[in-house]
Design a protein around this ligand. Structure first.
Ligand code: NI
Length: 171
């Protein structure tokens, strides 16, 4: 099974709104498997289509104590509570920030087989899903910060990105 390449901020299609699936065929289950494997390899807890160059509304997640899930065309239709928690992102390696998120959400989606699912998530799993659904709308976790903190983090990221890309070139 192939590991997928991670797209680093601000490369395409990370900042674009992803397209919904109109049909969930067998290639979607394969993509979900590859995304889960890529996520595990890079020690992430969630990964969205645009982060692997797929501008479609698909995400995978595996909370530390929970089961792996794949959500197609996810929709958060209830949000409650608000809490700050630390987040990072596989598209912004080494950058972390405290991000406010709802503590309880309800989600509708299709699973990787195209079956409708509807469930509630709280706390950390709810945070992961909110972070990943943001990716489907072209929103990075830094966009959820106040403007000064965001600017500081973006500056930090510029330096990190330069070092990462230099390392890649050196092989
Ligand atoms: Ni992310």
């Amino acid at each position: 099974m192939a590991l997928l390449n991670l797209v680093l901020y601000p490369d395409d299609p990370l900042t674009k709104v992803a397209e919904p699936y109109t049909d969930v065929g067998p290639e979607v289950a394969k993509l979900a498997e590859e995304m889960l494997e890529t996520m595990a390899t890079y020690e992430g807890v969630g990964l969205a289509g645009p982060q692997v160059g797929v501008a479609k509304r698909i995400l995978v997640a595996r909370p530390p104590e929970g089961e792996a899930m794949c959500l197609i065309n996810p929709e958060i239709y209830e949000m409650e509570g608000r809490e700050e928690g630390e987040e990072g992102c596989l598209s912004l390696p080494n950058i972390y920030a405290m991000v406010p998120r709802a503590t309880r959400i309800r989600v509708r989606a299709l699973d990787a087989a195209g079956q409708p699912i509807d469930f509630e998530a709280r706390d950390f799993p709810a945070r992961i899903i909110q972070h990943e659904v943001d990716h489907l709308d072209g929103v990075m976790f830094l966009d959820r910060l106040d403007i000064l903190t965001r600017q500081g983090k973006l500056q930090e990221w510029e330096e990190v990105r330069e070092r990462l890309l230099a390392a890649v070139v050196r092989g």
